[in-house]
Design a protein around this ligand. Structure first.
Ligand code: ADP
Ligand code: MG
Length: 151
């Protein structure tokens, strides 16, 4: 594990900005696991990542499908898709097979962001970014970002 950073984020605009900056470091095949309670700011951070990938659409947590896909691009203009998974409503980890999750664990043409990854059971991609968000209440959020697995 390589610790990257812990930052305090005062409000949702700053959370969007953090996501935007994080997107600049993402490459095809990257997976970002977002840990944090309901209301921690996972979707807000994902919105920032989307903006950083040139995606203007509002990001809403996918509900019935569990997965939403968006067309984005990196700073050089190379197409980079965003796969946004929210496993909050997953009934049981076996349902992961039903959504064909393995294609999202090493996304060839994009990056995958997963809210509530722990609901997917005991699996992990070969390498991933781990983001932990702690709700500090009105004073904002504490966000820790680290990288894990094969470089
Ligand atoms: P989650 O996806 O983790 O459930 P959301 O991204 O939907 O959480 O955010 C829940 C609420 O918290 C939203 O109203 C959002 O604007 C707000 N929020 C997000 N980040 C922050 C922050 N750093 N400080 C204060 N409020 C925030
Ligand atoms: Mg959410």
């Amino acid at each position: 594990m390589i610790p990257v950073a812990t930052v305090d984020i005062p409000d949702s605009a700053a959370m969007v900005d953090l996501g935007r900056r994080l997107a600049g470091d993402l490459r095809a095949g990257d997976v970002v696991l977002l840990h944090g309670d309901l209301g921690a700011g996972k979707t807000t951070l994902t919105q920032g990542i989307a903006l950083g990938l040139g995606i203007d659409e509002p990001i809403q947590s996918p509900t019935f499908t569990l997965v939403a896909e968006y067309d984005g691009h990196d700073v050089a203009g190379t197409p980079l898709r965003l796969y946004h998974l929210d496993l909050y409503r997953l009934g049981n980890p076996d349902e992961m097979d039903g959504i064909g999750y393995d294609q999202y664990l090493l996304p060839e043409d994009g990056v995958t962001v997963i809210e509530w990854p722990e609901r997917g059971g005991n699996w992990l991609p070969e390498r991933f970014w781990l983001v932990r968000i702690i709700n500090l209440g009105e004073t904002g959020r504490r966000v820790s970002i680290s990288r894990h697995g094969r470089p």
